[in-house]
Design a protein around this ligand. Structure first.
Ligand code: ADP
Ligand code: MG
Length: 317
C-alpha cells in the first residue's frame, strides 16, 4: 500500500544526507571526527497514547521523546528513521501526524531519512541519530561525590496532566491548561544538552520520574544523592490541587516530563548557569551526590522524607 503514502507524507528534501527516503537504505556521511549517538523509542496506542489523542500532537511527541534522549547525551540531532504501523491509510490522520512530526524536526535540524510502513495496530517507532565530539557525551556514569544535582524546567506537570485526563484529578480548566502541554507537547532540552558538554559530569532525561531516572545515574556512577525537597521546581498548581503526600510523589516520581537531570562539580556552577542562559532554559540545583550509595530526600529541617518511587497511582481518590 505504502509507496504513495510514503511519497506523500514522509518524503522531504534531506540536504544533510547523501541519500534520503526512496532507496533500500539511506546514505549518511557523519561529520569527520564526530561520534554517532543513536537511540530508539517506541510508542504504542493504549500504552503511551490514547486513540483520541491529536495526530499532530502525536507526531510532535513521538519525535520529541526521541530527541530528548539525544539531549540527555549532549548530542546534536542529525537524522531520524520512522517505522510506523497503521490500522488503515487515513490520509487526514497522516497529514496531521506528519505536520507535527516535521515541525518538531525542523525546530531541531533533524532529517527523516527512512523508515518502514506497515498495516497493524497503531505503533510508532523512531530511531534518532546525533553527533557528539569524542569524550564529550553526557553519560550516566560520570557523577562524582560532591557534584551538584540539577534539573531543568519544572517537574510533576505531565503526571498531573495525565491524572486530569484520566479523570482521577479535578482541575479548573485554566489550571489544567498550564500542565497539559507538558504531557502532549513536551519540549526536548536539546540546546541545553549541547551547552552542557564539558560542563556536566552526567545527565539523563526524566521520562519515568525524577527518583527513578536519577537512580540510573546513581547506579551507573556507583554513588548516592541527597535531594532538598523544597528546592524541587514545580508549578504552583501542584501545591494548589494535591495533598502534601500526593504532591510529593507526583514531583518525585511523576513521569513524562522530559526535563534533564544532570550533575556537575560545584566549581562549574557558573558554567551551568551560563549554559542554561544560552539555551534559554531555567535550571535549579536540587541537591548533591554522596560517596555512599542511597537516595535521601530531606525536608528544610534536614529530616528525611518518606517517598514512593511510583507516583501516579496515588492520584486515585
Ligand atoms: P524496502 O522494501 O526496501 O524495505 P520500503 O518499501 O519499506 O522499502 O520503503 C521504501 C523507502 O521508503 C525506503 O527508503 C524507506 O526507508 C522509506 N520509508 C518507508 N516507510 C517510511 C516512513 N514511515 N518514513 C520515512 N521513510 C519511510
Ligand atoms: Mg521496508
Amino acid at each position: 500500500m505504502e509507496f504513495d503514502l510514503i511519497a506523500r507524507h514522509f518524503t522531504r528534501a534531506t540536504p544533510g544526507a547523501v541519500l534520503g527516503v526512496g532507496d533500500d537504505c539511506a546514505l549518511l556521511a557523519p561529520t569527520p571526527g564526530m561520534q554517532l549517538a543513536v537511540s530508539s523509542d517506541m510508542l504504542l496506542e493504549g500504552r503511551h497514547f490514547s486513540p483520541q489523542d491529536s495526530p499532530a500532537g502525536l507526531g510532535h511527541k513521538s519525535l520529541a521523546v526521541n530527541l530528548s534522549d539525544l539531549a540527555a547525551m549532549g548530542a546534536t540531532p542529525r537524522w531520524a528513521t520512522l517505522a510506523i504501523a497503521l490500522p488503515e491509510a487515513n490520509d487526514a490522520w497522516l497529514t496531521a501526524f506528519a505536520r507535527g512530526f516535521f515541525r518538531m524536526a525542523d525546530q531541531h535540524g533533524i532529517e527523516l531519512v527512512g523508515g518502514d510502513t506497515t498495516r497493524g495496530p497503531l505503533t510508532i517507532s523512531i530511531t534518532v541519530m546525533g553527533e557528539v565530539p569524542p569524550g564529550e557525551a553526557l553519560r550516566r556514569d560520570g557523577a562524582r561525590p560532591g557534584d551538584d544535582v540539577w534539573v531543568s524546567g519544572v517537574i510533576g506537570s505531565a503526571a498531573m496532566a495525565l491524572a486530569y485526563r484520566q479523570g482521577r484529578l479535578f482541575m479548573e480548566q485554566v489550571d489544567a491548561a498550564r500542565v497539559l502541554p507538558a504531557l502532549y507537547l513536551p519540549t526536548p532540552r536539546v540546546a541545553l544538552g549541547i551547552a552542557l558538554r564539558g560542563v556536566a559530569s552526567s545527565a539523563i532525561d526524566i521520562s519515568d520520574g525524577l527518583l527513578g531516572d536519577l537512580g540510573h545515574i546513581l547506579q551507573r556512577s556507583q554513588r548516592g544523592a541527597r535531594l532538598e525537597f523544597a528546592a524541587l521546581p514545580t508549578l504552583p498548581v501542584v501545591q494548589a490541587y494535591l495533598h502534601e503526600k500526593v504532591a510529593r510523589d507526583c514531583v518525585l516520581a511523576g513521569g513524562d516530563d522530559y526535563e534533564l537531570c544532570f550533575t556537575a562539580p560545584p566549581g562549574k556552577h557558573d558554567a551551568v548557569r551560563a549554559a542554561a542562559g544560552n539555551a534559554g532554559v531555567a535550571v535549579t540545583r536540587i541537591g548533591h551526590i554522596t560517596a555512599e550509595p542511597g537516595l535521601a530526600v530531606v525536608a528544610p529541617d534536614g529530616q528525611p522524607l518518606p517517598f514512593e518511587r511510583t507516583g501516579y497511582d496515588h492520584f486515585a481518590a
